[in-house]
Design a protein around this ligand. Structure first.
Ligand SMILES: *Cc1c(COP(=O)(O)O)cnc(C)c1O
Length: 358
């Protein structure tokens, strides 16, 4: 038997979630965001399952290259653009579409000798204040791009800062700024991340850019994935590798943080922070053993966690454990650990085998 920690990747759920995007944004083209190893799910595997998308978006040239090397022919958008002249020179060859967000990139493009024409996304900062040109600069940047022989087609992009909160009207201001800027330009545009897709239909315009919802995680505050009809794609699972009885007053794990309140059975699961389980998850974080909730107890180790089996008198070595996924949302686990589902998924390390199901 090999070490049982596994990330099950549910292909059917992934396709279902893409259909949810189509249903919510029926008139938009879909750029599926697969950066960060497809939020930990496996870049190439996810792209092959999501061939129904119109394009893919990644954060780096290397991620785009991995897709091309796997035979993915879709348009690929580089969300941070190119990072040096070497990448710039290869954009046309690989048919990558960079996001242009800073004048330094424009200057490189204008001065490049060897680049053949490419499609670009001009990024406008409508209120996120991370990357992008101020709206009052955008018209000028567009003119420069139009004058640039290295540029074929220009599209417009902006990104939301707080669309997960559907009561925050700054998102509406961002939408208004974007629309009033590009109004009459006759260029395609893209604003909506997952929260935009589900919470802000007026933001869909020509292209939507869902990430987290494709993986079955709720992008909206106060709404569960189930309420939004999303299905979890990754189930992080393992097995009990020991069940031990400890006496009242005995301490469990590093630092002895958990003190047994009575004589009790303690299960040991082969999963730890070396597998991406959050080290800061406190005692009482839920874990599923035999499909039933039990509590994490004591500190998370690199390769193991311990769980309270007082409600599972017959639990034994080899019994199945779910850390998150089907039956226990990653959002809930993340909340216990003081983080978000995005981080837990994206940090899943290489050593956890991904196994495709369905
Ligand atoms: C990551 C990212 C997305 C996807 O965001 P989700 O919240 O995961 O849907 C969309 N657009 C840009 C520019 C991004 O960086």
């Amino acid at each position: 038997m090999t070490r049982p920690a596994r990330a099950l990747i549910d292909a059917h759920a992934l396709r279902h979630n893409l259909n949810r995007v189509r249903q919510a944004a029926p008139n938009a083209k879909v750029m599926a965001v697969v950066k960060a190893n497809a939020y930990g799910h496996g870049l190439v595997r996810v792209a092959r399952i999501l061939l129904g998308a119109n394009a893919f978006a990644v954060a780096s040239f290397e991620e785009g290259l991995a897709l091309r090397n796997a035979g993915v022919a879709h348009p690929i958008c580089l969300l941070e653009g190119f990072f040096d002249a070497e990448e710039l020179a290869l954009l046309n060859h690989y048919r990558f579409m960079p996001v242009l967000h800073h004048e330094s990139q424009l200057l490189q493009l204008e001065h490049s000798q060897d680049s053949s024409p490419i499609d670009v996304w001009l990024k406008v900062d409508t209120g996120m204040h991370r990357i992008g040109f101020a709206p009052e600069m955008a018209a000028q940047m567009r003119k420069r791009l139009e004058a640039c022989p290295q540029v074929q087609r220009i599209r417009m992009m902006s990104h939301f800062a707080n669309a997960d909160d559907t009561a925050d009207m700054t998102t509406q201001q961002q939408i208004d700024r974007f629309k009033s800027l590009v109004n009459g330009w006759g260029l395609e545009g893209s604003l909506a991340n997952s929260a935009g897709v589900l919470g802000w239909p007026q933001s869909h315009v020509d292209w939507v850019r869902p990430g987290i919802m494709l993986y079955g995680v709720s992008p909206l505050l106060g709404k569960t994935a189930a309420e939004l009809e999303l299905q979890p794609v990754m189930t992080l699972s393992s097995r009990l590798i020991a069940v031990n009885r400890h006496r009242k007053g005995e301490r469990v794990g590093y630092g002895g943080e958990w003190v047994c309140p009575e004589d009790m059975p303690v299960g040991v699961v082969a999963v730890g922070y070396g597998d991406g389980y959050p080290r800061h998850a406190p005692s009482h974080t839920p874990v599923l053993v035999n499909d039933e909730r039990v509590s994490l107890i004591g500190r998370v180790s690199m390769d193991m966690i311990t769980v309270d089996l007082r409600t599972q008198a017959s639990a034994k070595v080899g019994d199945p454990v779910v850390l998150w996924g089907t039956g226990l949302s990653v959002e809930e686990v993340a909340e216990h650990a003081g983080t978000i589902g995005y981080e837990l998924l994206a940090r899943l390390p290489q050593r956890v085998p991904r196994v495709e199901i369905n």
